[in-house]
Write a protein that binds this ligand. Structure first.
Ligand code: FES
Ligand SMILES: [Fe+2]
Length: 375
């Protein structure tokens, strides 16, 4: 898993003045909205006896630990220790990590790392969302799988006839013909034309290229899939005579073998409410089809070596993902993750405060060590 990237962690309206708990990179964060509406993101583990700040109350932008009442400000520094009584100075080691937050496109993004602002990979440009022409639905999918396997699946073209045959992708036409891949510093995008099966497949087909809009063989769908390292995937379908559908999702690395996907599916056709239900069903059917295969992939984590799996020409997107991943490893951004499901690691992703002068030794919980393996 990787530190030093922005992660879309929640839909904006999920974060309120009431603190909420969010798990990422094998640790828990507590998020709340401050008085001016800004979102705060702190480590959820109190450095006193491990109380959960997310069970506490927020008043005047200070969160109080439910165990012994220590109060932490939005910068993570403790300002109140009730057991000390008045006048006793608060140790500078009484603090938790506080992470940079941004809000873009209706999402709360948290920067899980400590590198300075100028070195951070920017949040991907998803400004297409701002166009009022889109009708959107959204939802979640929880996988018992590593997020890198999930992300690679999202941009994998050659699995569609097999895993999604009948929904999209034609089982009778598996070859991946001409395609183009553009590669950026931290992203890649594939463009390809995809044939769809002729026969309508039930109700869901109303939103698909094999819809009744076609009397004869449906024309191919223009498919663009992209990833923005490490965790954002976009699937952009232009369906002739019908319209365009863009599904983008954030694949949150909860821990090494759990991924929480939050998606928004935009469409510029069939914009009335009746189609929302069908659109949601379709997206979730596709996730369920992927889930069946992806949760069983072995090894659970993608191999460290490029040669650890056999690659074909049609696997270029996953190769680009692995090349970019190697670059992130070389930069020292990989962190050991826990694969213990519900257990929280005893370490914390270092926040930028750990680099501040005078705070070098102020940290009770050690920083999560670098490494590419699960603990
Ligand atoms: S555990 Fe948080 S104040 Fe004691
Ligand atoms: Fe899939």
């Amino acid at each position: 898993m990787f530190k030093n990237f922005w992660y879309a962690l929640a839909f904006s309206d999920e974060i309120t003045e009431t603190p909420s708990r969010h798990r990422i990179l094998s640790q828990d964060l507590v998020l709340w909205r401050g008085p001016g509406g800004e979102v705060r993101a702190l480590s959820d583990t109190c450095v006193h006896r491990g109380g959960r700040l997310s069970q506490g109350k927020v008043e005047d932008d200070t969160i109080t630990c439910p165990y012994h009442g220590w109060g932490f400000g939005s910068d993570g520094a403790c300002t109140v220790i009730p057991a000390n009584g008045r006048g006793r100075p608060v140790s500078k080691r009484a603090r938790v990590d506080s992470y940079p937050v941004d809000e873009q496109y209706g999402w709360v993004w948290v920067f899980m790392g400590d590198i300075p602002e100028e070195e951070r990979v920017p949040i991907p440009d998803l400004s297409f969302m701002d166009d009022p022409k889109w009708r959107a639905i959204r939802g979640e999918w929880l996988w018992n799988a590593n997020y890198e396997r999930v992300v690679e699946n999202g941009t994998d073209q050659s699995h569609t006839p097999f895993v999604h045959g009948g929904v999209f992708g034609d089982p009778k036409a598996p070859p991946v013909e001409e395609f183009e891949v553009e590669v950026g510093e931290w992203w890649a995008r594939l463009t390809v034309e995809q044939r769809s099966p002729n026969k309508p497949a039930g109700k869901l087909s109303q939103l698909l290229p094999n819809s009744r809009a076609y009397k004869e063989e449906p024309p191919p769908v223009l498919v663009r899939t992209a990833f923005f390292f490490p965790s954002v995937v976009m699937i952009d379908l232009t369906i002739p005579k019908i319209g365009r559908q863009i599904i983008w999702d954030t694949n949150i690395p909860v821990d090494e073998n759990t991924t929480l996907t939050k998606y928004i599916a935009y469409r510029d056709f069939y914009k009335s409410a009746w189609a929302d239900r069908i659109a949601k069903k379709m997206v979730e059917k596709v996730f369920a089809q992927d889930d069946y295969v992806v949760t069983e992939i072995r090894p659970e984590l993608i191999p460290d070596e490029m040669a650890g799996e056999l690659h074909l020409r049609s696997d270029q997107m996953s190769l680009e993902f692995r090349r970019i991943r190697e670059k992130a490893v070389e930069k020292g951004y990989s962190v050991l993750g826990s694969a213990e499901g519900t257990k929280t690691s005893k370490t914390i992703i270092a926040s930028p405060y750990r680099r501040e002068a005078g705070l070098e030794n102020a940290w009770v919980l050690p920083a999560t060590p670098e490494g590419v393996r699960a603990l």
